[in-house]
Write a protein that binds this ligand. Structure first.
Ligand code: ADP
Ligand code: MG
Length: 290
């Protein structure tokens, strides 16, 4: 098969792991930088040129689109869809996943457990927003933040008010969320491929840190999921229509709560923690789908 990985660099761990897995399964694989793709739109003849050369006979693409290139990356994935090329991540699902608010709305409609969340249009009534989530301590999150940057824990009502005022003043869109203290600075990352859990790890933030992101110095260990956690992760990926998803869960007193679902989940942490070849499961998913 002819597989293209849409990624800014072949040197990234996840991109490289996917290349190795594809080669091992005897596929023809190439990493292409979506920013170097030209999209040609004409009546019934969608085309993509990569560094001036027309891309022909592509069977499947694996989008690994970073949050800084969402707009153009999505357009390239959509163009592959127009060319009837299989993609492990649909353009619609990619776009949706980059909007925390929209994703939470869809997950809530699907009946999944979530931390109680409020979004307001720069409300002047900060106090009311705070009471909606049961008061402080609470979490304030930039709508389009990633890797733990833009997530703030406000311990008191006064702190929450001043942070909200500051974000409002900067016209930064935020969500306000109930703080799940019983998660104790840990969360669970579940890799779901084609409706199945293929790996799970517990991430623990470093001492004194409520954010468990590996980018913030968290550590990962393999974990066996409860039936409820497994089901929640599978439903979340399904609700957001993702063939490959990194579902983040918090363990709360009322069961698993979905924090977010990543559409280009990193493979390094999860492969190292679980010892599993997750890249291979993604390539096998493509093989089954064509
Ligand atoms: P990002 O997209 O930046 O990773 P997240 O929403 O995943 O943002 O938050 C980063 C981390 O902060 C999570 O992995 C979790 O450890 C912690 N966290 C986020 N929201 C909550 C919450 N409501 N209660 C407790 N911890 C949270
Ligand atoms: Mg996260």
């Amino acid at each position: 098969m002819n597989i293209k990985i849409l990624s800014r660099s072949a040197n990234l761990y996840s991109t490289n792991a996917l290349v190795q897995a594809a080669v091992k399964r005897k596929h023809n694989v190439q990493v292409i930088d979506p920013l170097n793709c030209d999209i040609v739109i004409e009546k019934q003849k969608p085309e993509i040129y990569y560094r001036g050369k027309k891309l022909d006979h592509v069977d499947a693409v694996i989008p690994r689109i970073g949050s800084s290139t969402t707009f153009y990356g999505t357009a390239v994935v959509r163009q592959f869809e127009m060319m009837n090329v299989f993609t492990t991540l649909k353009s619609q699902a990619l776009l949706q996943s980059r909007d925390k608010l929209r994703s939470l709305q869809i997950l809530s409609k699907a009946g999944l457990g979530l931390p109680k969340t409020v979004f307001t249009n720069y409300s002047k009534n900060v106090s009311e927003v705070i009471s909606h989530v049961g008061g402080a301590p609470l979490i304030i999150k930039l709508l389009e933040g990633t890797q733990g940057l833009g997530v703030v824990l406000a311990e008191t009502k006064t702190a929450a008010e001043s942070v909200l005022d500051a974000f409002n003043g900067l016209q930064a869109r935020v969500i306000v969320q109930e703080f799940i203290s019983e998660a104790k600075g840990a969360d669970i990352r579940v890799l779901v491929v084609d409706g199945e859990v293929v790996g799970a790890m517990k991430r623990q933030g470093k001492a004194g840190e409520f954010r468990s992101n590996l980018h913030r110095g968290g550590t990962a260990t393999v974990i066996k999921l409860s039936r409820e956690e497994e089901q929640a992760a599978i439903y979340a990926a399904k609700a957001l229509k993702m063939g490959v998803a990194g579902v983040d869960l918090l363990q709360s007193n009322r069961g698993p709560l979905i924090l977010e679902v990543n559409s280009s989940p990193g493979l390094e942490g999860i492969e190292k923690a679980t010892g599993k070849d997750i890249a291979k499961t993604i390539i096998r998913y493509i093989e089954r789908s064509l």
